[in-house]
Design a protein around this ligand. Sequence first.
Ligand code: B12
Ligand code: SF4
Ligand code: SF4
Length: 435
Amino acid sequence: VSVDGHETFRSRARRRYAYFEIRSEHALGPLVSRLLWRHGLARLIIKAPSLPALFRRRYQSHRGAWPSSVAEAPEQLRTVKGAWRDPAGERAADARTPLHDWNKGNAKGIAWTQVFLWRSVMPVLPRLSRAKRKLDAANALSPDVHTRQRGDAGRLTADLKALGASLGLSALGVARYDEKYEYVEYREERVGDRVIVCVLEQNYKATQSIPSPRGEQAVFSSYAELMEMSGKLIEFLNESGYRAIGHSPEGHNVVIYYGVEAGLGQLGLNGQLLTPQAGSRCRLVTIETDAPLEFDKPVDYGIHTVCDSCKACVRRCPPHAIPGRREWKRGVLKAKIDPARCAPIVGQVAGCGICMKVCPIQKYGLAAVIEEFQRSGEVLGRQSDDLEGFDWPLDGLHYGPGELPQIPPNVARPPGISFEPYPQEVAESSGAPFL
Ligand code: B12
Ligand code: SF4
Ligand code: SF4
């Protein structure tokens, strides 16, 4: 939409195209997923070469390390370094109901969403699958313990970070392994006491078109790129004599917890890791290792204060899945999103992610947001169509600030499909076994 409120030809064409893409994604979903998964089409596709770079530019991630000189917040914006935590509460929650792998606990729902998202996944499928195989191969390596250079943690950490930057990672941080944030399914596979967090900035333009298949292609592309890069970091750690196991983006642990602990950002009201450089327009994977790397520390970037004055994600989430205020949950003060409302929309509306798109830190960067906040007391872009408007591909219409699409009941609560916040908590209250 142009500054005088009129829609440009390009934006109308883009909106129509996303509408057409989603309609075909949904209409052909059952047929395509049968061909892909039951009749072996996926096996053929993953052998295909990756798309030429020209096509990938539409959704490929931004390569290169972010400047490392992002400062702590000015005094009046500070709240707490990292996140508000009550260690006793965290321990009690873990003892009562340890975290499970959400995707495993909701396997039926996840399989159902895959029927819809084929158009978004397909262009990236060959690369995704090759990247996963490379990651698995790197994980199977054994360290060469003779090459260990004991006592040189600073050098090893610097070399690892330099390698991450040369591979194109946006940021890399190191945090202490914490069993409470490892899903119980994987706790016995513990590798060491360090967790490396790899961050990759997602394509800017594709993200501004969210929710759209192009936006979701950017997501899967970042995942493939992250797995390729983390495979190389694992090889480096093995060659340096240390064990290292990397995880795919679904993860074996709560990656945002580690991102905050490693000082890479803070938890936004939208439930995601907001980095000062790109908000939550970035993807994360972790590598667990026994390498004696130097720890990074949680930082107060002032993000909590910005969130409290903004709440764009809360207002703009179509199914109202984001609560407007924080509460203590499992020993952490945070706004906990309702996955039963969010997941069906993520599955049927090209990965949704409106809560990422409408975030001013994602769009303008934290420095610009804080500058405006200090100058005028306002959040940059708040209530503007440029920031808060989005196209809704299910009906092909544009929704400006203050307007939200109607979600039909069969889309909000698809028959026969349910997503639980924590299968294990439900199990605890109902007595039903997990899964
Ligand atoms: C399961 C899952 C989902 C589920 C359920 C999410 C939920 N909150 O219950 C569904 C399908 C709904 C979902 C939706 C989305 N997801 Co998701 N999701 C995951 C996944 C695989 C596991 C997270 C999990 O275990 N959640 C269950 C419990 C722990 O949730 P929770 O109590 O609400 O806690 C959340 C936060 O409060 C935080 N957290 C939990 N404990 C603690 C403790 C401390 C101290 C702190 C600081 C934070 C923290 O982490 C949780 C993130 O979901 C992660 C990858 C991973 N392994 O971490 C990606 C991940 C969180 N998703 C991501 C994204 C971007 C999305 C979507 C935009 C969809 C999309 N197109 O990608 C939406 C956004 C929804 C939202 N507003 O958060 C990204 C976030 C990137 C970032 N910069 O933070 C991740 C990290 C994927 C990745 N590898 O990059 N997701
Ligand atoms: S949209 Fe606003 S409230 Fe939501 S995470 Fe971003 S800054 Fe925080
Ligand atoms: S992904 Fe969409 S539905 Fe889920 S919380 Fe974000 S805006 Fe809401």
